[in-house]
Design a protein around this ligand. Structure first.
Ligand code: GRE
Ligand code: ZN
Length: 326
């Protein structure tokens, strides 16, 4: 299928490249991976062309800015990354756009940086890599707390989506993973932490304050669709600390969008689609952590009406990001 749009697709600055090394196999694969993630030109375009992807929204790798404990340095790194990304996507505005990297260590600075990126560069929103460390390495700030309401107000005002992307838990804060480091990152911990963060947002009254916020999560919903019914069912008995005015599931259905990034499983897709509905499902790859061909061939060969496929791979994204595509 041609004309697909993908938007959990990563690039890297040289200075954030090392963040990815632990996730990539042996040294021969690392050589290829480096070339793929650093490139925002011919190599990426060739992969897109081969696999029927017309347009990509590019974001910085994980955790990058979210792991910079010095706030001033986090602000500087965001600006450097966003300036460079803007320069690169401007060469091919017909094929690329950007998501802003944000210094969440300082909510006002993050709001200002997002505003700059949207207004000056036409960026389509932000992609943030989970919780933020700040001041000391052993820290983790989630964005449901009151300090971030002003930030969310600005996201809502700009009317751009916020992609909540995974990161690895910090070893000192992950006692439950002890002895099983393989559990901490993409096989499980990424989803566990991103789902937790999403539920915290739902349970904090954030979407009562800003009902138009649009949060995107990848990897087919990080496990939430599978568990959504039970969350509300059990909350009847233990709602302690929940400050949302509506059922949690209602926020999830009204404020979240789900992508297929890195989860090319048809049963999982069917579950997510059944729970959230076709208007909330969108195609993505997770390049170069995933192989574009795996994502595209799986999606393209799925048994589904072509008109439904077109929504998921293209028209939902055009609408969500107000893209100037037909
Ligand atoms: C991702 O960007 O989603 C990612 C990583 C590292 C490993 C796996 C993965 O950043 O999916
Ligand atoms: Zn990703």
């Amino acid at each position: 299928m041609n004309g697909k749009i993908a938007f959990e697709e990563h690039w890297s600055l040289l200075e954030t490249l090392e963040d990815a090394r632990g996730f990539v196999g042996g040294s021969s694969h690392w050589d290829t991976f480096q070339r793929q993630i650093l490139d925002l030109g011919d190599l990426r375009l060739a992969e897109m062309d081969k696999n029927g992807i017309e347009f990509t929204i590019v974001s910085l790798n994980s955790p990058a800015v979210q792991a910079v404990v010095d706030t001033k340095k986090a602000i500087e790194l965001s600006k450097r990354a966003n300036d460079k990304l803007a320069e690169l996507v401007a060469k091919r505005p017909d094929r690329f756009a950007g998501f802003a990297a944000l210094p969440m260590q300082d909510p006002d600075a993050a709001a200002a940086e997002l505003t700059r990126c949207v207004k000056d560069f036409g960026f389509k929103g932000a992609l943030v890599n989970g919780f933020t460390q700040k001041d000391v390495p052993d820290s983790g700030i989630y964005y449901d707390i009151p300090e971030y309401r002003g930030f969310w107000g600005q996201v809502s005002k700009l009317d751009v989506p916020f992609y909540l992307h995974p990161r690895s838990q910090i070893k000192s804060r992950a006692v439950e993973y002890e002895g099983h480091p393989w559990l901490m990152s993409s096989p499980w911990g990424f989803a566990a932490d991103t789902a937790l963060h999403s539920l915290r947002l739902c349970g904090s009254g954030l979407f009562d304050d800003y009902p138009k916020l649009k949060i995107i999560i990848g990897h087919m919903g990080e496990g939430i669709p599978y568990n959504l019914w039970r969350i509300d069912a059990r909350m009847r008995f233990s709602p302690r600390g929940y400050t949302g005015k509506r059922y949690l599931g209602e926020y999830f259905l009204d404020n979240f969008y789900i992508t297929t990034s890195g989860n090319f499983s048809t049963p999982t897709f069917q579950c997510a689609l059944t729970v959230v509905g076709i208007d909330r499902m969108l195609f993505s790859v997770d390049y170069p952590f995933e192989d574009t061909r795996d994502a595209a061939s799986w999606f393209d060969s799925m048994q589904m009406a072509e008109s439904d496929k077109l929504k998921i791979a293209r028209s939902n994204a055009i609408k969500l990001f107000k893209l100037n595509l037909k």
